[in-house]
Design a binder for this molecule. Sequence first.
Ligand code: COA
Length: 367
Amino acid sequence: MPYAHITGWGMSIPEPVLTNEDLAKMVDTNDEWIRDRTGIRERRIAREDQFTSTLAVEAGIKALQAANLAPTELDLIIVASSSPEYIFPATACIVQDQIGAAKAGAFDLLAACSGFIYATNMAAQSIRSGSIKNALVIGSETLSRFVNWKDRSTCILFGDGAGAFVLQASERPGGVLSAVMHSDGSGAESLTLLGGGARYPATETTLAEGKHYIQMDGKAVFRFATRVMGSATKEALALAGLKTEDVDWIIPHQANFRIIETAAKYLKMPLEKFVINVDRYGNTSTASIPIAAVEAFEKGKLKSGDKVVFVGFGAGLTWGALVAEWTGPIPAKKQAHPEQYRLFARLRSWARRAIRFLEGFLSRREL
Ligand code: COA
């Protein structure tokens, strides 16, 4: 049975910064309240010309570069997102086209902020089963488009960004060691974005009722999150045959510093073992775990052979944890140039569009 190694990682963060002071000019809040209750100082907001796919493509290409893998080698692309570009087509298909992953299957996965853990597990299991060899998993968000900037209880929390992993099959033991995924739909109402789906398609009424904004019962989500972070971590560790003492790093979903602190206490682990960057990016939903992993690697914290737990929770309600042995950089066999593949992808995409146009033109003439 092949092992599923994390061989590439990349992130993309929009440049525009929205600080707590900026927010204090928009709603009745202040820097002290936001830092005390959440640990957040600032977050990034996508420019008007940046979309969920834009950030996803950037993060995905960086992950391919790190893995030294050509996009044409990919068998599968999964984009986990709470703010997908459309209901359909899948954001993953836009990514597939833009990076030139000619032979990859592509789909979106919706498990809210737990999405990256679910998606990484799905990709890892496909590799373990032998059905695929190379996968690109991306968490990407432009949640700022769904935030009610007049609602101080939610607008302070969220930010935009993307992160990605490349997973590859190898005979060498390691990589993804275990994972657990859970859900409890009885808590669905505590975190929602109801508008724009089939039940509440966009109408003047749904707009007037604010159904296209994120709505949240903050206290209920807080209670749920503090309960499941520790339990999911323990469960996944037990499946991997590991104890908390064996863990080098916990990379949690970055929603709130106090939630992470409570999980650390529950697990009786020092906070120093938790990778935390919620202060600079806020809650970037599916992107928060890979962004934190990329930063931990770039800062020299995360090293080859380290045992890591990725753990998250979100709307649904969903939660999960995944244990991995961090593979780290692998020696390059052949040089891949994903930027060149991107150019090739554009040409290929135009050619395919031209062929479809010609086919349509000819079939109309035949009729
Ligand atoms: N600035 C200032 N005051 C604010 C505020 C803000 N941005 N937001 C709410 N308040 C006020 C409330 O109106 C309330 O005032 P009141 O006591 O006069 O009624 C008071 O602060 C306390 O509000 P409350 O909602 O009880 O605060 P809290 O301690 O529960 O913190 C959250 C709110 C949202 C920070 C916290 O509940 C949380 O982090 N929940 C989890 C959210 C989450 O992680 N969601 C994503 C999951 S993936």
